[in-house]
Write a protein that binds this ligand. Structure first.
Ligand code: PEP
Ligand code: MG
Length: 319
């Protein structure tokens, strides 16, 4: 079985009837790009940049970040790399940022909310990402977007960083794609509007599931309610994909669900364009893609959307 999967490392991620998707890897530190490549990843769908900021006394400098992003861009050798801007707060505390103690940290001061408030911190990161975009195919992605105003404010900050680099004559990729994570139900519901603001979406199911079912992703006591394949979540995923495709934009997924082989056929059938996961899941998901006819996946997805419960969805995909 292992050797059969190994053979898929250089195979295309395509269904027998020709639907092609991209299978990419998630990383936290630059060195992990090698593992994604070793498993046949076609890109980096999520570089969790917050790991560069953790376990230290102060924020990494623009220069240090530039080196980290450039390292990944170069390692991936022209394959796409999505750098997610700083996603702190919630379960990820960083002492030197002075994040307040909050009653509801997952509903509080986190991610893009912090970056739009701490402008210098944000600007340094955006400059570093832009500068590194000269050395490979980088994309930039904003986390935890809930409203159109937030995307517009984040894009303005990016535009200001670009202007400053142009004035200095520092090269960057003028065509760099800009995307947002869809991990707040509000964003999923207005996906058709958000799609007009960006080049792509990536669905963060880890947070989307917890917010949709009002179920803290870390609370063991209510674990039974944390249901990534609940029809409520699948219906939101459908809204996101349909909203993006209506405006010619592509949609990825970088939450854990993207790497769950039980979900692959359904996500394929809903029209997902890119799947990003930990390196160790890539070959198993590619295997499912290569065995699933797109036409069958679409009818499976339709049945999943009509199911009553997550258990019923799981029965549809029992392998
Ligand atoms: C997600 O929420 O699905 C996601 C990918 O982001 P994180 O797990 O880093 O919050
Ligand atoms: Mg998240």
């Amino acid at each position: 079985e292992r050797t059969r999967l190994e053979a898929l490392r250089t195979a295309e991620s395509v269904t027998p009837d020709g639907r092609k998707v991209e299978i990419a890897g998630n990383i936290g530190m630059p060195g992990e790009a090698a593992q994604v490549l070793a498993q046949g990843g076609e890109g980096i769908g999520l570089f969790r940049s917050e790991f560069l900021y953790m376990n230290r006394g102060e924020a990494p400098s623009e220069e240090e970040q530039f080196e980290a992003y450039r390292q990944v861009a170069e390692a991936m050798d022209g394959r796409p790399v999505i750098v997610r801007t700083l996603d702190v707060g919630g379960d990820k505390g960083i002492p030197y940022l002075g994040l307040p103690h909050e009653e509801n940290p997952f509903l509080g001061y986190r991610a893009i909310r912090v970056c739009l408030d701490q402008r210098e911190l944000f600007a340094a990161q955006l400059r570093a990402i832009l500068r590194a975009s000269h050395y490979g195919k980088l994309r930039v992605m904003f986390p935890m977007i809930a409203t159109v105003e937030e995307v517009r404010a984040a894009k303005r900050a990016l535009e200001e960083a670009k202007q400053a680099l142009r004035r200095e004559g520092t090269p960057f990729d003028e065509g760099i794609e800009v995307g947002i994570m869809i991990e707040v139900p509000a964003a999923a519901v207005i996906a058709d509007r958000l799609a007009q603001e960006v080049d792509f979406f990536s669905i963060g199911t880890n947070d989307l599931v917890q917010y949709t079912l009002a179920c803290d992703r870390l609370n063991e006591r209510i674990r039974h309610l944390y249901q990534p394949l609940n029809p409520s979540v699948l219906r939101l995923v459908k809204m996101v994909i349909d909203g993006a495709h209506a405006h010619g934009k592509w949609v990825g997924m970088c939450g854990e669900l993207a790497g769950d082989p039980r979900a692959t056929a359904i996500l394929l059938g809903l029209g997902l364009d890119e799947f990003s996961m930990s390196a160790g899941s890539i070959l198993r998901v590619r295997d499912v893609v290569r065995k699933t006819r797109y036409e069958d996946a679409k009818s499976l997805a339709r049945r999943a959307l009509e199911a009553d419960t997550e258990a019923d969805v799981l029965k549809l995909v029992e392998i």
